[in-house]
Design a protein around this ligand. Sequence first.
Ligand SMILES: [Zn+2]
Length: 207
Amino acid sequence: MKSTGGPLNYVNGHYAISDPKKSVPVIALIYKHKPKSKSELELLIEYHFKNKCSCGIISQGTIIDFGTNLYNAHLKEYGVEKFSLQECIAWEYELFITNSMKGAFMEEKALTMLSTSFPLLKITRASGFFDEDLRIDLIIYKGDKVVCGIQVKPSSYLNMRQSIINYNLSCNSKWSNVVLYLVYENDIFSNFQYIVNSINQFIVSLK
Ligand SMILES: [Zn+2]
């Protein structure tokens, strides 16, 4: 998330501009329609705002709308124009388009690598309630028992404000299972071995 930090990050979080219910569940959209490029994803978001797609995903607007929401929220927050409308639109573009394409790619990579490490476990992609309300990306099962949940996050997430991290943790805690954070920097998972070790420990303690 190279250009999605700073004051706009605060406003975006505080006003929940990119909350899936107020914007678009973009990762779900990516998995449904598998866009090959950023411009294709941008068009998909617009399509799911203006049309009723059979996939059931609804967008509350376009990237321009989300940028405009951010712009208006920042005016409300600071009382003066600190960023232009164009900057706010570019910020939401980076978050929804650039980071989401990267996030979906890394989530897929995590799923593949964990499946290879644990061929006897079932690993599924979380969706709907699990993804949006509990903030979990992957769920690992042994038979019909949940081993743990996995969140796949860029390393920049670790530098985010504590309140955002706490919010995610409180979402996670609505679930009775452990949620582990698998962290990536560029294309590399920095704590993959730690996650593997943790999963092995959980399996042992599963009754
Ligand atoms: Zn669709």
